[in-house]
Design a protein. Structure first.
Lengths: 145, 410
């Protein structure tokens, strides 16, 4: 005579397989792993230390908004007279930003980046090309929406 | 013996409970028409309940004045506002047809280059026309008046018309009309050679006064158009019920196919990339590889519109705007050049879409089925680069997306 649990064990195994499958599928919708979402980092060539933050949280999809970028030289002094060109886009979609944001110096190495818009959900890049006393360098931030 | 039997009983009960729980989870996950909490949240972001109030238009000081809206409604439907007395805004923007005309390209005095756009929610747009060549509703409204294929008139003609027909209503809103004594019947910078010559002969100060009155016609029409809002759809009612944790009832009930379509729309089909927010548009410009219109094959869309909006004397930064420079962020931060503007056209709202064939900016695609097939195939663009990737839909998926799009109506 078969053990009474045997039949249930078969059903349980099937259910477990289904649930694992479901969890794997659900995982596909989580943001890509490995994207560096830090808002503070050194520029690619190490010439500047840059931190960014949105003027208002949360960053919403659709409206124009402003970011503040703090730029310092590697010795920590504020970089007051740099030129910042702002670019970016969605690497996964192969398109750029829907606007042409502009940076202006607020004082003490802090720059206002106005006119940013993220019109889709997903992973965006904000690329700052910096030209100043420590030379030309670039820093790329990832922003997940 | 009894203890063995007891533990076996407990074991069976535990196993039964575990199986019931797991089966519940599995069913919930596998039922194709069940929406997850995350999906309901995404769907809710597309509903009318999520639509904010109409944004203010600081460039139009009468934007929210009821008297201006009423005057604007009169002007909108008055065919006297055309050179032949037969064309009003309502000729192409038909009130009983979602303010559009069911034609591939608008028919007025002549035939325009593009599809007439519906007007529900038009005041939420930062950019007007398919290519965004105007940056406000009032600057848009006066543009067809001077287009020879549309209303066919000229600036001085319209200001004369207002002076003769609507002086009181105009002056109560905007103050005195300019003195037109000694000026010709017709003059305008965009008209015939004779009209242009007549315009050039008018002293600059008087030109400015005429331009101001002409802009005010647009501001009244815009005040009316700001009152045209989207209506509730079956989709809105369905999602409202889900959000409230209730079972949708009546026409808010979705079939399995419609729910599958909704899940695809907000998920795998990637429609939300552009058709997002309560109006189901991001209001921006995209090249989606739409085939060229044989009547206007070199239409560059946004790429050609940028220069037009910058040089438009009625733009946000111009002398006829009631706002300040700070109100012109869209214009100041607009992308001025680049490959991405080539054949890019504004994402249309999908509210009421199923009742609005033909589709795309020049009615190139005749049916909703054809539209979904276009996104499924994702052909190369005639110029520039299409942003689309083939959807690889199954027959069921294709039918589901179409079924869902049909729920975006009353």
């Amino acid at each position: 005579m078969k053990h009474p649990l045997g039949r249930y064990a078969v059903f349980a195994t099937i259910a477990v397989v289904v649930v694992i499958g479901w969890l794997v599928m659900a995982d596909r919708h989580t943001p890509p792993e490995g994207a560096d979402l830090s808002r503070s980092k050194a520029s690619v060539g190490g010439a500047y230390e840059v931190s960014i933050e949105p003027e208002a949280e949360p960053v919403r999809q659709g409206p124009l908004h402003t970011w503040l970028a703090s730029v310092r030289l590697s010795d920590g002094t504020p970089a007051a007279n740099v030129r910042i060109d702002v670019d970016g886009g969605m690497p996964a979609h192969g398109h750029g930003l829907p606007t042409a944001p502009k940076a202006s110096h607020e004082g003490d190495g802090v720059y206002r980046i106005e006119g940013v818009r993220f019109n889709m959900g997903g992973l965006w890049e904000l690329r700052l090309s910096i030209d100043g006393p420590a030379g030309e360098d670039e820093v790329v931030f990832n922003i997940e929406l | 013996m009894s203890s063995t039997s007891n533990s076996s009983c407990v074991g069976v009960r535990v196993a039964k409970t575990a199986i019931a729980l797991l089966a519940g989870l599995a069913l919930g996950a596998c039922n194709p028409s069940e929406l997850s909490r995350e999906e309901i949240t995404k769907a809710a972001s597309l509903t009318l309940a999520a639509l904010p109030p109409v944004p203010p238009d600081p460039t139009n000081r009468v934007a929210d004045e009821p008297r201006a809206a009423a005057f604007g409604a009169t002007l909108f439907f008055d065919p006297a506002l055309s050179i032949n007395g037969e064309v009003s805004c309502g000729t192409c923007h038909k009130i009983e047809r979602q303010f559009q005309d069911d034609l591939p390209r608008g028919h007025a005095i002549g035939i325009t280059d593009r599809r007439t756009m519906p007007l529900a929610g038009v005041a939420y747009n930062s950019w007007q026309f398919w290519d965004g060549r105007r940056d406000s509703l009032w600057a848009q409204a006066i543009t067809p008046l001077e287009d020879i294929r549309e209303h066919g008139g000229n600036r001085l003609f319209y200001v004369r018309l207002i002076a003769g027909r609507y002086r009181d209503r105009y002056e109560r809103l905007f103050g005195p009309l300019p003195d037109l004594t000694g000026l010709p019947a017709h003059a305008g910078p965009l008209g015939t050679l004779a009209e242009k010559a007549a315009w050039d002969a008018i002293p600059a100060k008087r030109q400015t006064a005429i331009n101001t009155a002409f802009a005010n016609i647009g501001k009244a029409i815009a005040a009316f158009e700001r009152t045209l809002l989207p209506a509730e759809t079956r989709f809105d009612r369905h999602v409202a019920a889900l959000l409230a944790g209730a079972e949708p009832s009546g026409d808010a009930v979705f079939s399995d196919l419609e729910r599958e379509g909704l899940k695809m729309f907000i998920g795998s089909a990637g429609c939300l990339d552009c058709h997002n927010g309560p109006l189901l548009t991001d209001g921006q410009f995209h090249n989606t590889g739409v085939p060229a219109d044989p009547a206007n094959p070199r239409d560059r869309g946004r790429a050609a519109a940028v220069r037009q909006v910058i040089s438009d004397p009625f733009n946000c930064l111009g002398d006829y705007s009631d706002g300040s420079e700070a109100d012109c962020a869209e214009l100041q931060f607009m992308v001025p050049t680049g490959e991405e503007l080539e054949r890019a056209f504004k994402t249309p709202s999908l509210r009421g879409v199923a009742d609005r064939a033909p589709f795309m900016h020049a009615g190139q695609i005749l049916t909703l089925e054809g539209v979904v097939d276009h996104y499924n195939r994702a052909p190369s663009a005639p110029a520039g680069l299409s942003e689309l990737q083939p959807l690889k839909l199954t027959d069921r998926g294709r039918a589901a997306l179409i079924a869902f799009l049909r729920t975006l109506g009353p």
